[in-house]
Design a protein around this ligand. Structure first.
Ligand SMILES: Cc1cc2nc3c(=O)[nH]c(=O)nc-3n(C[C@H](O)[C@H](O)[C@H](O)COP(=O)(O)OP(=O)(O)OC[C@H]3O[C@@H](n4cnc5c(N)ncnc54)[C@H](O)[C@@H]3O)c2cc1C
Length: 328
C-alpha cells in the first residue's frame, strides 16, 4: 500500500445522482426526472443502456411466461418500447428458453432512444466517467468521486442510486455482499451477431436441432452446446447467445481480462461452425461482438430483505415494491 495525494475538482451538487445507465439506472433516472428532480447520470462508457445495449438485444420481463403472453410491466419502460416500435426497430418473439414473450430490438438505435428520452427530461449525462470512490457522512452516502480524462471530480447529491450492476458504490461504502469468492457465479458470455444470413433458412433450424448439430460435429471447440441464435429487426442478421466462459470472478481484473480474450476466441469459433455447418449461414460473417463480455452476476449485496425461492415461485407481492418483473 502507498499513500497518494491528488487534487479533486468540485463538480457541484445535484438532487438525484444515478451511477450506471443500464436498464435499471436509465429507468431510475427517467423516473426521477419525470417527477421533477434535477438528475445527473454518470456512465463509464460513451452510451447508455448497460447490458441492454452493450451485450443483449431483447427485453424480457414485460410478459409472464406461458402460453398466453399477458403483459404485466408498463410505465417508463413502455416509453422505450413505444419508441423502438415506432421506428420499426423492435419485434415481439417467444423466448428461446421459455421465459415468455420477448421484445427484440436494434441495440444501436436503443442507445439513441435512451439518450433522447434522458435529454428530453433534462437529465445531465456524464459519459466516459467511472465512479471510483464514495463519500459517506454520518452513515449516509452524500457524494461520489469519479474519474475521467479531465481528472478526478467530486459530486454531491441528496439521493444517490447505485445502478452500476456490480454494486460498486455499495461495496465501496462497506455494505456486505456475496461474490464469486463465496460461491461460483453464473458463466460469462460474449454475444455476437452474424450478418449476411439467409434468415428464412436459418430460422427453420430449431434450438434442439442446433444443439444436435453441435454435439455431433467434430473439429470445433464449442464449450456450450445449448446456445441459441435468434432473429433481429435488422435484415439478414441472426444474433447469438452461445459462448460460455466459466469459473471467472468478474471482480478480479486478471480473470476478467482473460475472459474477454477467451470470449472473443470462442465467438469466432462458433461463427466458423455456423458458416460451415448450419443451413442459412453459408455466406454469413461475424458482423459484431458485444462491447464487452457479458457478466451475468458479480456482487450480490446482503440487503435488509432477501428474496427467497418460495417468494419467487409464489410471485410474492410486497407493499414497498418499486418495480415489477414478469419473468426471470
Ligand atoms: C449474456 C447474458 C444473458 C442474460 N440473460 C438473462 C436472462 O435470461 N434473464 C434475466 O433476468 N437476466 C439475464 N441477464 C442479466 C440481465 O441482463 C442484467 O441483470 C440486467 O441487464 C442488469 O441491468 P442493470 O441496469 O442493473 O445493470 P447493467 O446493465 O450492467 O448496467 C450497469 C451500468 O453501469 C455502468 N457502470 C458500472 N460500473 C460503473 C462505475 N463504477 N461508474 C460508472 N458507470 C458504471 C456500466 O457501464 C453499465 O452501463 C443476462 C445477462 C447477460 C450478460
Amino acid at each position: 500500500m502507498v499513500n497518494y495525494t491528488t487534487k479533486i475538482n468540485e463538480y457541484g451538487r445535484t438532487q438525484v445522482l444515478v451511477v450506471g445507465s443500464g436498464s435499471a439506472g436509465a429507468t431510475a433516472a427517467l423516473t426521477a426526472a419525470s417527477l421533477g428532480a434535477k438528475v445527473t447520470l454518470i456512465e463509464r462508457y460513451g452510451f447508455m443502456g448497460g447490458i441492454s445495449t452493450q451485450v443483449l438485444d431483447t427485453f424480457y420481463g414485460f410478459f409472464i411466461p406461458g402460453n398466453s403472453s399477458r403483459k404485466v410491466v408498463g410505465g417508463i419502460p413502455d416509453l422505450v418500447v413505444e419508441e423502438l416500435v415506432n421506428r420499426k426497430a423492435a419485434i415481439f418473439r417467444p423466448n428461446t428458453y421459455g421465459a415468455g414473450q420477448g421484445i427484440t430490438y436494434d441495440p444501436e438505435l436503443l442507445k439513441v432512444i435512451w439518450e433522447e428520452l434522458a435529454l428530453s427530461m433534462g437529465i445531465q449525462i456524464l459519459f466516459h466517467s467511472l465512479v471510483i470512490n464514495v463519500i459517506v457522512e454520518n452513515e449516509r452516502l452524500t457524494g461520489v468521486i469519479f474519474a475521467n480524462k479531465a481528472g478526478l471530480h467530486q459530486i454531491k447529491a441528496d439521493v444517490i442510486i447505485d445502478a452500476s450492476g456490480d454494486a460498486d458504490l455499495a461495496a465501496l461504502a462497506g455494505v456486505p455482499y456475496e461474490s464469486a469468492q463465496d460461491q461460483p457465479v453464473q458463466s460469462l458470455t460474449t454475444t455476437f451477431k452474424m450478418i449476411n444470413v439467409d434468415v428464412h433458412k436459418a430460422k427453420t433450424v430449431t434450438k434442439n436441432q442446433l444443439q444436435v448439430l453441435m454435439e455431433s460435429t467434430s473439429g470445433y471447440d464449442l464449450p456450450r452446446k445449448e446456445g441459441s441464435a435468434h432473429i433481429s429487426p435488422l435484415a439478414n442478421v441472426m444474433v447469438t447467445n452461445m459462448t460460455r466462459v466459466i469459473n471467472i470472478d468478474p471482480n478480479n481484473i486478471e480473470a476478467l481480462s482473460a475472459a474477454e480474450i477467451e470470449g472473443r476466441r470462442q465467438a469466432f469459433e462458433y461463427a466458423r461452425f455456423l458458416v460451415d455447418q448450419v443451413p442459412g449461414y453459408e455466406k454469413a460473417s461475424l458482423g459484431g461482438l458485444s462491447t464487452q463480455i457479458g457478466v451475468r452476476e458479480s456482487r450480490r449485496i446482503i440487503g435488509q430483505y432477501r428474496l427467497s425461492r418460495s417468494d419467487v415461485l409464489k410471485a410474492a407481492k410486497f407493499s414497498d415494491a418499486i418495480a415489477l418483473c414478469g419473468a426471470p
